[in-house]
Design a binder for this molecule. Structure first.
Ligand code: SAM
Length: 460
């Protein structure tokens, strides 16, 4: 490379350089970005959105724009206003977290139930757009966790299928999806009779113990079933004494109860009942807010299907899916099942049996876990290739815990092959070819994982 020597710029030239905005160079002048867009990967995704979407599509489904000409976008309207109603004593740090993330994560029903490893919903919306998915198409998340992809797709009018091996994830995802339409008046009645609802669930499920883990074991389907009515709905219907979509209301209240039980286990700031009340208030606020925004807009919510199933053996037809978007587990040491043990117990799940099916948790030693992880992910990618239509995209969001892998593989952290590279290599064996890799920084986990990758593969 030949290095060129630049002339020292004059003050006038510097002023000219500075007045030449990079935003004006890459975006047409009638597009205005959302506030809080401050990372390079976000700018990159916004750029792709501006290139693949029409103005009408940006107004309806864009993730990174606040305004097109003089028209506000739906994303801006959905996210505007009060974020969550925080209790009086909340710290300024917590308040500023919600404000900073107003357009990224804390909107619609995404904020119900904190799930580790959850996607950034705004990024997911952009990726759905960039993969070229349109209303009427179907997107798949084969490891859906809390259902971020399905909630976004539903709001965008794009059909979705979500699969997870954990029945608790399916319950949580389905309840968050149904939260977009859950009847509000029975939930308000439940909040007004909060003590009765709390007593009802604590008698049924068990009472959380402050600062310690609980275990409950029930027969499957006793307390909940995603699609079938549970024998307990009649109890809740007596309590609410109202005609309503019982399954959705029941599941909404149960999720709030399980969420509050998790908080109680971790902290002793509030009594278990006060915790439940605060969480149910927040759930109602979230559902009310999104429903009132949706009412004021022309919007068709699309079908979103959740299934308990194995990503290594997808229960789907060949070439039946228009886009895949997912994030596999990326660590071999975090025991997600241990974290969710109470919730899984409530749903009647045999945790040890489930562990045998969970990608990343199978195997006894860390080395065995790693080898099984790679073998399992190859199966997942071959299934993704099978169900995806030709020419369509499969996007994987994944990071690497270099320190952990360096110990397992006996190499230095700098020589560890990233999971993103392993997965794109496995994908190419099954006809999924890498077209773009975008990196984003992870904050808050700086010691173990600094970067996460968005790996976009195309089926050849
Ligand atoms: C990183 S999380 C996904 C989080 C998700 N993107 C979200 O926004 O909530 C990975 C998920 O893979 C699921 N999983 C693990 N093994 C699986 C398997 N064999 N089949 C399907 N899902 C599996 C786990 O239960 C977990 O929910």
């Amino acid at each position: 490379m030949v290095l060129t020597k630049k002339k020292q710029p004059s003050a006038k030239n510097i002023a000219n350089v500075l007045s030449d905005s990079i935003y004006d160079r890459i975006f047409p002048s009638h597009l205005e970005l959302v506030p809080q867009l401050n990372e390079v990967y976000e700018l990159e995704l916004a750029f792709y959105e501006s290139r693949v979407l029409s103005d009408e599509e940006i107004i309806k489904n864009g993730a990174y724009f606040a305004r097109v000409g003089d028209r506000l976008t739906r994303h801006f309207l959905i996210c505007s206003g009060e974020t969550v109603r925080l209790p009086q004593h909340s710290s300024s740090r917590l308040r500023s977290f919600f404000q900073t993330n107003q357009f990224k994560t804390g909107y619609a029903t995404h904020g119900l139930f904190p799930y580790r490893g959850k996607f950034h919903p705004q990024m997911i919306k952009a990726l759905i757009n960039i993969m070229g998915l349109k209303p009427g198409d179907t997107v798949l998340d084969p490891m859906m966790g809390s259902g971020t992809v399905l909630i976004e797709a539903r709001l965008m009018g794009i059909k979705s299928v979500g699969i997870d091996i954990s029945p608790f994830c399916c319950f949580m995802a389905q309840t968050k999806i149904d939260g977009l339409t859950v009847p509000l008046s029975p939930v308000k009645t439940a909040l007004n009779n909060c003590k009765q609802v709390y007593d009802y669930f604590s008698a049924l499920v068990g009472q959380p113990v402050q600062g310690s883990k609980m275990r409950s074991e029930f027969e499957p389907g006793v307390l909940f079933s995603i699609n079938e009515p549970s024998s307990n709905y009649n109890l809740i219907s007596e309590l609410l004494s109202q005609e309503c979509e019982l399954k959705d209301v029941y599941n909404f209240l149960l999720l709030a109860y399980l969420d509050s039980a998790g908080y109680t286990e971790r902290s002793n700031r509030k009594s278990p009942f006060d915790q439940f009340k605060a969480i149910l208030e927040r759930y109602l606020f979230v559902a009310e807010k999104i429903q009132s925004v949706l009412e004021g807009m022309e919007s068709e919510l699309a079908e979103a299907r959740t299934l308990v199933g194995d990503a290594r053996k997808l229960p789907l037809e060949d070439s039946s899916i228009d886009g895949i978007l997912f994030s596999p587990p990326y660590s071999f040491a975090i025991d997600y099942l241990e974290n969710d043990s109470f919730h899984l117990g409530v749903l009647g799940v045999d945790i040890e049996k489930l562990r045998e099916e969970m990608v990343g948790l199978r195997g006894r030693t860390l080395r065995q876990k790693y080898d099984l992880y790679v073998a399992d992910m190859e199966k997942v990618l071959s299934e993704c290739a099978r169900v995806l239509r030709q020419g369509k995209f499969c996007t994987i969001v994944v990071g690497t815990n270099n320190n952990q892998l360096s110990k397992i593989l006996g190499v230095s952290p700098d020589d560890v092959q990233g999971i993103d590279e392993i997965l794109s290599g496995l994908g190419s064996r099954h006809g999924l070819q890498l077209v773009r890799k975008i990196s984003r920084q992870i904050t808050g986990m700086a010691n173990t994982m600094r970067t996460e990758f968005i790996v976009i593969l195309q089926k050849k």
